[in-house]
Every structure is written in C-alpha cells, then in structure tokens.
Design a protein around this ligand. Structure first.
Ligand SMILES: *[C@@H]1O[C@H](CO)[C@@H](O)[C@H](O)[C@H]1NC(C)=O
Ligand SMILES: *[C@@H]1O[C@H](CO)[C@@H](O)[C@H](O)[C@H]1NC(C)=O
Ligand SMILES: *[C@@H]1O[C@H](CO)[C@@H](O)[C@H](O)[C@H]1NC(C)=O
Ligand SMILES: *[C@@H]1O[C@H](CO)[C@@H](O)[C@H](O)[C@H]1NC(C)=O
Ligand SMILES: *[C@@H]1O[C@H](CO)[C@@H](O)[C@H](O)[C@H]1NC(C)=O
Length: 627
C-alpha cells in the first residue's frame, strides 16, 4: 500500500499522538530494547604482510574506498540476519588486536556501554599472522575461508553500542523537537511496493526477524529526521541575506589542521600525499579531462570544505553573532596518519582529546553544549568510532562531547542522527555557474558506447562480496558490459575511470570495503546511472544531496537476489527503455550534479548550489529547528 512519507505535515488527526505523548517517547525506547539484542560482529582478517603490501600499493589512492590488506570487517547484525550492515574498516598491519579484552577508555567520557557490546572478531583462511589467538572470541572457519557469527547465548541480549548509544539523544532531545518527523516514522512502517518493478521504494531489505525490522525502522526514522532538516536554499523573502545565518569559523591552532597537511610525505608508508594537497587540496589539475578537473584524493574533503567555508558570504568574525560554529579540525587526516603505524591507542586519540578540550573551554561551545557546532570529517564514520575490541581508528566520535555537534562525513553511521553524510569529493571542482553548465552540456550529449560498465576489483577474500558475481555476469556479455580490472592498478588514473563512465549508460556500484563508494559520485558526475546493490551505499546515507526516490537517479538491485542468482544484472538493465535512461540521465545531470560537486575555494555560484552550499544551508536550517 503506497504511503507517502515525504510529506512532513503534522497529522493532527492522529489521536494516538496527541493523546499520549509519553507513548511516542516509549516507542524509541522499546526500540532500544530490541536493538539491545542485536549485536555486532567484527571480522578481522589478515593477509601475510608481503601480500598486504602489494595489495595496498595496488589499491591505495585509487578512486575506491579500498585500503585493504589486513582488513577489519564489521557487520552489525542480529543473531539470525546476515549483513544488515557491513563494512570493512581498513587494515592494521601487524598490530596487536585486543579482541576479547576491554581496553582502557581514553577518557571518562567515552561511550559507556562497552561491556554490553559484542563485537566478535573472526579470522580468515591463511590467517597465520593473527596476533592474539588467545584473545580470540570467535571461531574461525578457516577451511572455507568464510566467516560465521558466533551465535552464542552470551552474545544474545548484549547490545551494540552503535545502536544503543544514540537512543538517548534521539529519544529525549531530537524527537521531542521533531514531532513531525516522528509522525512520519509511524507511517514508515508501511512498505511502498512499486507494482511495476517489484522494488521497495523506501525499504530495500526485507527484515528477516524483529531485530532487523527494529534496526531498519530506526534507520528510516533518522533518515526522515535528517530530511526534515534539508533546506531548499535562501529564504524567499530575503534572498542572499545572511540574517540569522551567520557562520563562525574557529581559528584552531595549526596542529589541528594545517600542520597535518604538512605531514603529507609520511601519511601512509607507501604513498606520498603531498601532490594531493596542492591547489587548496584539490590536487593537481587534469587538463585532458576539461576545466575544473583535478586529481583529488578521496580523503581531502576536510581542507576542501574548510577553504570554502572561510570564504562563505555569511562568515562572521564575532562569535557572539554566530548561529553556526565550524570547527576546522582535520580529524580524518589525523587518524589516517596512524592507520598503518604501530602506535598505541592513546597516540591515536591525542589530537581528538585535545580539540575537544580546547572547545570545552569556549563559552560559545558551552552555550548550547555543542549543538550548533559542526565538524567535517572526510573519512567514514567507523574510522572515528574505535571500540574496545578493534584497535582501528580513533575514538573521536565515541566521546560524549561529540554527540551533540553535527558531523559531516563521507559515510555516516546509520544509527546516529547527527552523523550526516555528504558526497565524497569527485575530480570536478567548478568555480562558476558557467563551469557547471558547460560540464552539463558536455556530459549530456556524450555518446555512450557501452550499456554497462564496472570499474572495480574482485574481493577474493570476502565470500560475501557480490563483486565476483558481477564480474562474471559482466564478462559473459562483452557486447553490453565493460569490466575495468582495478586490481591491475589502472583505476588509479582518474582519466581511465572518468572516460569509461562517460562512455557508459549504467555503472555498477557494489559496496567496496565499506558500503559507500566514491565511485558512485564519479559515476553521477559523469552522467552514468549508478546501479546500487546495497541501500547503505547511498539511499541510507546522503539525505541532503540525493532525493528520497532513488528511481529518479539510480537502479536498485537487491544483492541477496544477485547472490541467489535470481537476477541477471545485464538482462535487468537491458530491459530499461531508452526513455527511462534518458529521464534518469537528464535528472542526474540537470538536477543533481551541481549539488554533488564541491566548488573550488574561490567558487561563486548564483544559479546553482554546490554540495557545500546545500550542506551549509541545511545545517543552518537544522540548527534553527533544533535549538
Ligand atoms: C608494535 O609496538 C609494540 C610496542 O612498542 C611492540 O611490542 C610490537 O612488537 C610492535 N609490533 C610490530 C609489528 O612492530
Ligand atoms: C584486560 O587487560 C587488562 C590490562 O591489560 C588486564 O588487567 C585484564 O586482566 C585483561 N582482561 C582479560 C579478560 O584478559
Ligand atoms: C591458540 O590458542 C589455543 C588455545 O589457547 C592454543 O592451544 C594454541 O596453541 C594457540 N595457537 C597459537 C598459534 O598460538
Ligand atoms: C557458547 O555458549 C555455550 C553455552 O552457553 C558455552 O559452553 C560455549 O563455550 C560458548 N562458546 C563460545 C565460543 O563462547
Ligand atoms: C584482475 O587483475 C589481476 C592482476 O592483474 C588478476 O590477478 C585478476 O585475475 C584480474 N581479475 C579478473 C577478473 O580478470
């Protein structure tokens, strides 16, 4: 039964809500209890070091999110369901991994529910180097090189703190202030089936049990809340006015940002990042691809966004006038420095703790407990959510103080309402409206010789990956599908990938090491319709930059259907009519594209809003609604 949930009208006729406000509060709480029985598993599989190194050299600094090798693979799931949400956080060469032990919290304020969490770490075939066998709580199915959840009584009833911890701010603060969104949540429970394609419109996964259902409801609830914050631009009465939209940018000590860029030659052991930080972190320009094209690194968002905000027309220099406070801490680049080095967990958190302390001393922070503050973190949320059993990443976002501010990330934690996902940076950085419209005109008329393309590598170590299936299907229809094997290193060159995408109608975008892919944005910016296999890749992420109805700009194919060989991707895409493709492409190029790219630091747009403008407008809207 189709139910529109995009409307945000309060439904005053709904008696239950007006009668029982406590009930509406209880709802999320019982939600929490159910969530408690969901647990997360974390799979850590390691390759021998030499292999790791080769692998890293191939894959690092490509346009995918891969940093593989020794890979931390985390799935949040309930006892029965598989892969409700999986990610592979990255590698930890030769590091001691305290699996079963609870490491000392970095500060008193680190999220508390550690002991309630059950992150199971599993190994993989050939996993000789696994550091601490004795702290290993999981069983390893080394013969089959597959992972299984430790499905034990001890795990049941334990909660994933990822899920549990956000119940508090959601219930007690945000939902109170967002009764409209809450009403929508009730409606969400209905599924909107698309009679034509059989696709689910707003829910992409059929929950296998109550736990998964609850978790998915929570995801949907937070998405609705975030969508209610989306701003369509300046207030109509007063276009261009900065009244009530004043932005203050903290002048942080340079160790929190600029100095980190200075460590570019020693950021990771196998690559020099210095060229990526040229041109205000856009990287070197790529003239052969056209004006405004740069060799931008996927983790460069922090300096790119910072440069834009410094020149925002509504920037003020008096913090007492400000509505929004921007904290230019390059937390992603900070943590990236340590990912591949053998340092203690304390070292990884030094700057994170210091920046929180630094802010804590400011009146402007105390005034609203950080709710009007924003951080841009150019990596995935999990890189900042180190929990006890996995030593990957920092604990920045596990700190109590970090719950209130908005965190803009290239991949959000779907159970954190203040985690807002914003597009991965692409190679295109326009300066003017004309740069955007010339790009649009160029992209829309490109002859596209391939129906389908896939640029990626197989994940032979991950049996859950659908990539091999996709590669097989692609290669068995060479007339329709082109496969670019990223394992060979060719995808390191933006030119090859962008040229392929500009020459294709559909671009397959299976999850990589984490659900989101920079490649989805490369594909959209190239006018290639993305084919999405996991709602966490995009639909559950970019609430401010992608519309709720995914059919306007993408094709969804359930990865379970693909695994079960119920669907052939090539056939499914061949069945799309020319008209359908043209409608989608036109929408992508004309409606979405300007809002998916980050202008350069001097950019000024009048007709368009770029990703940065949309984000800042929506942040201001969020603050005006929630404070
Ligand atoms: C990592 O550092 C610890 C402490 O300094 C040391 O004991 C350990 O051997 C180191 N591991 C590697 C692989 O270098
Ligand atoms: C965990 O580590 C701490 C400190 O290293 C130690 O005191 C404690 O006994 C360990 N616990 C377990 C269960 O190994
Ligand atoms: C792993 O632990 C088991 C049980 O504690 C022990 O028997 C085995 O020898 C250990 N293996 C290694 C490689 O340390
Ligand atoms: C699973 O639970 C059973 C009974 O509760 C216990 O005997 C067993 O050791 C547990 N296994 C693991 C791997 O924790
Ligand atoms: C991709 O390239 C790698 C290395 O060049 C090769 O080992 C692998 O077999 C290739 N994969 C496919 C599916 O062709």
């Amino acid at each position: 039964m189709p139910v529109s949930i995009s409307k945000r009208r309060p439904r005053t006729s709904k008696k239950t809500e007006t009668e029982k406000p406590e009930n509406s509060l209880e709802n999320p709480r019982s939600c929490c209890n159910n969530i408690c029985s969901i647990f997360s598993r974390s799979v850590l599989y390691r390759f021998p070091l030499t292999f790791l190194f080769l692998f890293l050299i191939y894959l690092w600094s490509t346009s995918t999110t891969v940093i593989s090798g020794n890979v931390v693979h985390i799935c949040i799931s309930s006892r029965k369901l598989n892969e409700l949400y999986c990610l592979t956080a990255g590698s930890q060469p030769a590091l001691h991994v305290p699996v079963n032990n609870f490491t000392k919290p970095v500060s008193e304020n680190v999220i508390r529910s550690e002991e309630e969490k059950s992150v199971v770490v599993l190994g993989k075939d050939g996993d000789k180097g696994f550091a601490k066998n004795e702290t290993f709580s999981g069983e390893r199915d080394s013969n089959k090189a597959s992972f299984h959840v430790i499905d034990n009584g001890t795990s049941m009833g334990e909660r994933v703190s990822v899920l549990a911890q956000d119940s508090k701010p959601i219930n007690e603060e945000n939902l109170d202030q967002h009764s409209e969104a809450k009403n929508d949540f009730d409606l969400d429970l209905h599924t909107d089936w698309d009679s034509e394609t059989g696709e689910e419109r707003y829910r992409y996964i059929n929950p296998k049990d109550e736990d998964e259902e609850t978790a998915l409801k929570a995801v949907n609830k937070y998405l609705q809340i975030q969508r209610s914050w989306l701003s369509m631009g300046n207030n109509q009465e007063n276009p261009g006015s900065c009244k009530g939209r004043e932005i203050y940018v903290y002048d942080l000590p340079s160790k929190f940002n600029k100095d980190l860029l200075g460590e570019c030659s020693d950021m990771v052991p196998w690559a020099n990042f210095c060229s990526f930080f040229k041109n205000d972190a856009l990287g070197e320009s790529i003239d052969s691809l056209g004006k405004g094209m740069y060799r931008t690194h996927q983790y460069s968002l922090e300096p790119i966004f910072h440069s834009r905000v410094l020149k925002h027309p509504c920037r003020v220099y008096d913090e007492n006038q400000a509505k929004l406070f921007y904290v230019p801490f390059y937390g992603g680049i900070d943590v990236l420095r340590w990912h591949f080095k053998n340092v203690s967990e304390d070292v990884k958190d030094v700057l994170a703790i210091e920046v929180v302390k630094w802010l804590g001393s400011k009146l402007s922070w105390k005034r609203n407990s950080g709710k009007d503050h924003v951080f841009v973190l150019g990596k995935i949320s999990w890189d900042f959510r180190r929990k006890n059993k996995v030593s990957w990443g920092s604990s920045l976002l596990e700190m109590e103080e970090m719950k209130n501010p908005t965190k803009l990330l290239i991949e959000r934690n779907p159970w954190e309402v203040n985690d807002v996902a914003i597009p991965h940076p692409t190679f295109f950085h326009p300066k003017t409206d004309d740069d955007i419209s010339s790009w649009q005109n160029k992209i829309i008329v490109k002859p596209r010789r391939s129906l389908i393309s896939f640029a990626g590598g197989a994940r032979p170590g991950n049996p859950d990956s659908i990539r091999s299936t996709l590669i097989d299907q692609c290669r068995s229809s060479p007339d329709q599908c082109r496969f670019m094997n990223c394992t060979s290193g060719i995808c390191d060159k933006p030119e090859s990938v962008i040229e392929l995408f500009q020459d294709s109608e559909f671009c397959l975008q299976p999850p990589g090491d984490s659900p989101t892919r920079k490649s989805i944005f490369d594909s959209l910016v190239s006018g290639c319709i993305p084919v999405i296999f996991d709602p966490y890749s995009a639909y559950y992420q970019y609430t401010w930059h992608l519309p709720e109805d995914h059919r306007a700009y993408s094709v969804y194919i359930n990865k379970e259907d693909l695994k079960g060989k119920k669907v052939n991707v090539i056939e499914k895409l061949m069945s799309k009519t020319l008209r359908e493709r043209e409608d989608m492409r036109s929408y992508i190029v004309h409606e979405l594209l300007p809002g998916l790219v980050y202008g350069d630091s001097n950019a000024k747009f009048e007709r368009f809003r770029d990703a940065c403008d949309i984000t800042m407008d929506s942040l201001l809207h969020k603050i005006s609604k929630t404070l």
